[in-house]
Design a protein around this ligand. Structure first.
Ligand code: NAD
Ligand code: GLY
Length: 382
């Protein structure tokens, strides 16, 4: 299935396609030869079309992580070769959030310069959200921008980070503090790559899907309530379904508000407290999706406190999170620690935090809340 991210503005056209299929990488083996013999698969034609319209020619520089390279390094190289792309280098980085840093960004620049990559060449971000964000930011800034494509390999990256053009690195003062909006030229999602993912990582990505359902799509939320067991047991058809739904929802939001000046903030549901939880754990021992799960329950409770929703909505969000094995309880840090961590977030100004709140499943509202009010509510809740 192909989803178009339509970003055709009067000044420039940043539109691109997301391809979601099973077996994209493996099915490409000998595909060029099969094509010459007139015996070519549907996926091959579709992928070839997307890569062509993405304008991918010249040389490519693949950026990936150790685990992904060990599992699929040969496959990505074979895949690109099959579509006539010349691989210049594959640059393998350590696994983990600490790689999304100035240090590793600098190493990428060194290699790009050493390999004399030009503007007509391109980068392939092959990995989870860490690699996608880092490689995307390298692409945004090297030579003032060279083309890149996303080939995500985690559920979180499939449903969220590979789409929409948020790229960047962390700073020791906070997460994602340095970055750019820079759209990929294509996103190629091969659902089969999820088979090797650790179950905890799959469930981590599932949290972002719950987010879309909770505040934007009641039908998706009901599907998740019925099918979460299948999904977290790697059932391919239900995974394809939720990835397609999530990418369609995200594509529509990004079309409306590419640079997060308005409605795109809805995608931060659960993130105000979630980012604070991650920061208080020093980004170790808790994953992004797990932290935002705690944040989504907090935001739902806050919505009820403000009279925006009933207990039934809070329970639905909490039950789906708990049933799917995500954490629900707020870790025992003090209200002051939470508030200080939240103050570093990009959604803060003039002693207020812009919260995404829930009215009922599938409906949201934005509200700016004073620090003092949040402090008191944290006191009540922890
Ligand atoms: P990750 O990139 O750290 O990947 C998790 C682990 O899974 C890594 O060790 C990785 O090597 C391994 N892995 C990846 N693919 C695999 C596969 N197919 N099989 C086996 N192992 C595999 O984590 P993540 O959850 O994908 O991404 C988290 C990052 O994404 C955070 O930095 C977060 O801030 C960012 N993010 C960005 C956006 C955005 O819009 N840009 C949105 C949400 C999250
Ligand atoms: N992950 C939130 C966004 O892309 O806006």
């Amino acid at each position: 299935m192909k989803i178009r991210v339509d970003l055709n503005l009067s000044s420039c056209d940043n539109s691109y396609d997301i391809l979601i299929e099973s077996g994209i990488l493996k099915n490409c083996i000998n595909a060029a030869e099969r094509r010459r013999n007139g015996n070519c698969s549907f996926e091959y034609e579709e992928t070839a079309g997307i890569l062509k319209s993405a304008g991918l020619k010249g040389r490519t520089f693949i950026i990936t992580s150790e685990t992904v390279n060990g599992l699929y390094g040969k496959d990505i190289s074979a895949f690109l070769k099959e579509y006539g792309v010349k691989e210049e280098a594959i640059f393998v980085l350590p696994d983990g959030e600490k790689t999304k840093s100035l240090e590793y960004l600098s190493r990428i620049y060194d290699r790009l310069i050493e390999k004399k990559l030009e503007r007509s060449d391109f980068i392939v971000a092959f990995g989870g959200g860490v690699i996608g964000d880092l490689a995307g930011f390298a692409a945004a800034t090297y030579l003032r921008g060279i083309k890149f494509i996303q080939v995500p390999t985690t559920l979180l990256a499939d449903v969220d980070s590979s789409v929409g053009g948020k790229t960047g690195i962390d700073h020791h003062a906070g997460k994602n503090l340095i970055g750019a909006f820079y759209q990929p030229k294509a996103v190629i999602i091969d659902v089969d790559l999820l088979k090797t993912l650790d179950k905890r990582e799959l469930i981590n990505g599932f949290a972002e899907v719950i987010k879309y359902g909770a505040v934007l799509d009641a039908e998706l939320f009901a599907y998740l309530e019925t099918n979460y067991e299948k999904i977290i047991s790697f059932d391919k058809d239900s995974l394809i379904h939720i990835i397609q739904k999530s990418c369609s929802i995200k594509a529509a939001i990004v079309k409306e508000d590419e640079k997060e000046e308005g409605v795109r903030s809805v995608l931060n549901f659960g993130h105000s407290l979630g980012h604070a939880v991650e920061a208080l754990y020093n980004y170790e021992g808790i994953k992004h999706g797990e932290a935002i799960s705690i944040g989504m329950i907090f935001a739902a409770k806050l919505s009820k406190k403000l009279g925006l929703c009933f207990e039934d909505t809070v329970s639905k969000v909490k039950n789906l999170i708990k049933n799917s094995g995500l954490p629900a309880d707020i870790p025992k840090f003090s209200p002051e620690q939470y508030l200080n961590a939240m103050k570093l977030d990009k959604k803060v100004n003039e002693r207020q935090i812009k919260f995404v709140l829930i009215k009922e499943i599938g409906k949201f509202e934005f509200k700016k809340l004073d620090f003092d009010f949040i402090h008191d509510f944290l006191n009540e809740t922890i």
